[in-house]
Design a protein around this ligand. Structure first.
Ligand code: ADP
Length: 200
């Protein structure tokens, strides 16, 4: 199979849609509890309020739908992320600002998602939601760290499974130091710098 380029360029599509943006993917990675979903939800709302078509891909709409058949083995986790990479690229190609929030602990799978986008000329922004493990564990919004510490949850990232920090993320958000508002501002600024949002 050969990927066939769309007849329309990103800019042509954007113009025909009357859009204020071109498509892109913001790939938010970080420990459980680092604030990925909180920031993704806040950013999605801010972008929509500006008339920018944004859409979140997260565990709720991916794990229970497209990837319902996948479990948590290493192979299934990799396949989960591969599909998320492909789906986010389709959203981005359709002119949407896709915001993914998955731990995505391995550099190799994040790099693969980046390659899928870059090969197709789609902007890809790796966003590192960074907090020290102690902070994430103290937040423990879903009670998962407690379960992992008690041995009820195996292979939990940060506890008994590694998290490979991004080496060159486009944006780092230390969410123990930045408010949700400040994190969103940094991301919006990045979208302007990348030409995803247009300055008028
Ligand atoms: P993740 O999606 O990375 O697992 P969540 O967004 O579900 O993380 O949880 C992060 C928790 O931390 C939430 O309860 C959120 O309210 C809290 N929190 C506190 N301060 C911040 C901040 N500045 N940015 C993001 N989340 C924060």
């Amino acid at each position: 199979m050969v990927w066939s380029d769309a007849l329309l360029t990103k800019e042509e599509r954007s113009k025909l849609l009357g859009a204020k943006n071109v498509g892109a993917t913001l790939w938010v990675t970080g420990l459980s509890g680092s604030g990925k979903s909180t920031i993704a939800a806040a950013l999605e709302k801010k972008l929509l309020e500006r008339g920018v078509n944004a859409y979140r891909l997260d565990g709720d709409n991916i794990r229970f739908g497209l990837n319902a058949g996948l479990g948590f083995s290493a192979a299934d986790r990799e396949e989960n992320l591969r599909r998320i990479g492909e789906v986010s690229a389709l959203f981005a190609d359709a002119g949407v600002v896709a915001i993914t929030s998955f731990i995505s602990p391995y550099r190799a799978s994040r790099d693969k998602a980046r390659q899928i986008h870059e090969k197709r000329g789609l902007p890809f922004v790796e966003v590192f939601a960074y907090v020290p493990l102690e902070v994430a564990e103290a937040r423990d919004p879903k009670g998962l760290y407690k379960k992992a510490r008690a041995g009820q949850l195996k292979n939990f990232t940060g506890i008994d499974d590694p998290y490979e920090e991004p080496l060159r993320p486009e944006v780092t958000l230390p969410t123990h130091q930045l408010s949700v508002e400040q994190s969103c501002d940094k991301l919006i600024e990045q979208l302007y710098e990348r030409g995803v949002l247009k300055r008028k």
